[in-house]
Design a protein around this ligand. Structure first.
Ligand code: SF4
Length: 231
């Protein structure tokens, strides 16, 4: 951290989602630079094709800012919002100044898949809101996740609990990254969080790199070794 109390190396905001999904997944991305490709990342890429193009449009009186870069010096984060909705805070307001109390900002994150509540998605969205609040000195009450497969929108309220959980995840992610940086300085091989094989692993794009069935515990390793060496 710099003397001014600001983070020197911002973390990618989307890593919060990975960190809450699985700490090992976030670590593999940070240390190994592994992204992994599977049907889920491919679908995600398609879903984001439209929102990755920076620009804006107005739909039913709501201005939609696409691919808006966001950051927070306080949290040491940067990234982008798929969509930021700019709404009039009341019927009489017409201001387009994003800092104005007359406008209401709402981040919207696009996700592949059907409508379903995931804590990691909500935290990623909340982190976007925290960035927007810091950038525009405003208060953001809610945002939304748009689930592309079911074409349904899920409203997310930025409660005190969600804000606290998001900041806790950012701190955890920061600690993980700093641990790797220390290992790097000491020329040590970084220790990744252990794999814990669970149903979510089957959906994970890093399955091949992680090998969770082999690496998730002594009993599993022993069994794998027995199978491999037929002992
Ligand atoms: S395969 Fe499982 S344990 Fe490995 S990174 Fe993915 S979710 Fe984590």
């Amino acid at each position: 951290m710099s003397e001014a109390g600001q983070r020197d190396d911002p973390l990618p905001l989307s890593l919060i989602n990975d960190f809450l999904y699985c700490q090992r997944r976030a670590a593999l991305k940070v240390v190994e630079g592994v992204r992994g490709e599977n049907v889920h990342t491919a679908r995600g890429d398609v879903v984001h094709e439209h929102t990755d193009l920076a620009g804006y449009e107005v739909v039913k009186g709501v201005k939609l800012l696409r691919a808006l870069p966001v950051w927070s010096e306080r949290l040491g984060l940067n990234g982008k919002c798929d969509i930021v909705e700019v709404r009039a805070a009341n019927l009489k307001s017409e201001s387009s100044d994003l800092r104005s109390a007359a406008v209401e900002l709402r981040p919207v994150e696009f996700k592949a898949g059907k409508r379903r509540q995931w804590d990691n998605d909500d935290a990623q969205l909340c982190a976007q809101a925290l960035c927007l609040e810091e950038m525009f000195q405003t208060k953001i009450e809610r945002g939304a996740v748009f689930h592309a497969d079911s074409r349904r929108r899920r409203e997310v309220e930025f409660t005190a609990e969600l804000r606290a959980a998001t900041e806790k995840a950012v701190a955890g992610l920061r600690a993980l990254v700093e641990e790797f940086e220390i290992s790097d300085l000491r020329s040590e091989i970084p220790r990744l969080p252990a794999a814990v094989f669970r149903p979510a692993c089957e959906q994970c794009s890093l399955f091949e790199a992680c090998l969770p069935k082999v690496t998730s515990g002594p009993a599993v390793v022993e069994r794998a070794a027995k199978e491999l060496f037929q002992i």
